[in-house]
Design a protein around this ligand. Sequence first.
Ligand code: AMP
Length: 457
Amino acid sequence: MSLAYVALGANGDDPAGTIGRALAALEAEGIAVAACARIYVGPYIGDYDEPAPELGVVHNTVAEVRTDHAPLELLQVLLDVEKTFGRVRDGSPVRVIDLDLLAVDDVLMQTDDLVLPHPRCLIRGFVLEPWREIAPIYPVPGTGQVVSAFADKLRAQHHHVWPEAAAPLPDHGSEVVQLDDAAALAEWRNSVQGSVGVVPTMGALHHGHLSLVRKARAECGAVLATIFVNPLQFGEGEDLERYPRTLEADIAALSRMGADAVYVPAPDDLYPEGFATHIAPSGAAEGYEGAARPGHFGGVATVVAKLWQRTCPDRSYFGRKDAQQVAVLQQLHRDLDFGGELVVCPTVRAVDGLALSSRNRYLDDAQRKTAVSLARGLEAMGEVAGAGERRALLLKEVGRRPIELAGAEIEYLDVVDPVHMRALDAVEGPALAIAVVRVGDVRLLDNRWLVVPGGRS
Ligand code: AMP
């Protein structure tokens, strides 16, 4: 685990809110924000470290983060987060959000992509002052001096541009409006002017769900999450009753991510007395999860169709983690002419590679170690495909080995095309390795892209 310092700067609309949401986005990537200074406001500083007050003010702060990522991986996450907030590094003075890696532990590093400590952090008041607030005696690697010594020295020279602490950090976003029934939802929907992004979930939110909220926040005017443990998609003897319900924590997490509203219907709000129409998807819904859990995708398609009708999203967000669900919903969207765009987001994983899932909480420590073999098996398939192996039979053999060695029980493991969810004999174009394993009585689902060099994409 490393300790790192990240500088955050923003000068677009709602800069303080943007900084709060960027911190939440880092947390969604598994980077724990241990401390953050207040927000400091100072004049825009140009590329030659000259103040340019005609360009307005910039809001800045510094956060202390803890992470298992190596420095270059951490830098990549910062760049990815900048990108999802719409930052373009084109020299333009508008920094929707600017994330700079200042220092990591006592690392000294100089590569084309990253220099640590950040070469200019020690000559910038808007970095040193918030940094001093949270880490006054952190010895800046390679300098023999602590942060507050640099801050004092610089302040003596640059008093005219010294930034002021303006505001406490906002509590990462704002209050989420809770909508309990269709009437409240309709009223909220009618009040929204711009685009609406919808993130359907069953609650017990983790960083996988929150990554969808973050993407929606970056792309839409208003963000609505839905939390509904949908009885229609659970079969006889499945875990409907024991499915985790953590509404209070979910709402706090949504507000940190900057969601605007959350629809939390009771079952009879969606399925009132007399409800008798179900969608029955075939095609992509037939194999794998569809075969193992009869009626499951019918339940998913019915609830999502109703949520689309009620929320009229410009975009709705789903995770690739549930690859067959994505295929079924894309088919539903096409076949029944739903509007809006369906956005598919990458799977978020824990540091050990296990795909995040609300059901992971049922695993004890030993089971969790076994569970990681699922990701390892799929990863191995990805590597072997990447080295040029196209034959599904061989790829599956490679995937099975680590899982069986770890003692997990494979329910299915296959190579499929991601649109129709049909088994492939060979990887020629887009292909997914999909699998379900059982560890104890927990059923774990995961998938990976298989990309063969020279294959169609
Ligand atoms: P659920 O609450 O399990 O129905 O999931 C709600 C949404 O979150 C679905 O679109 C899932 O695919 C997505 N999701 C669940 N886990 C992850 C993950 N680890 N990474 C990305 N998306 C996820």
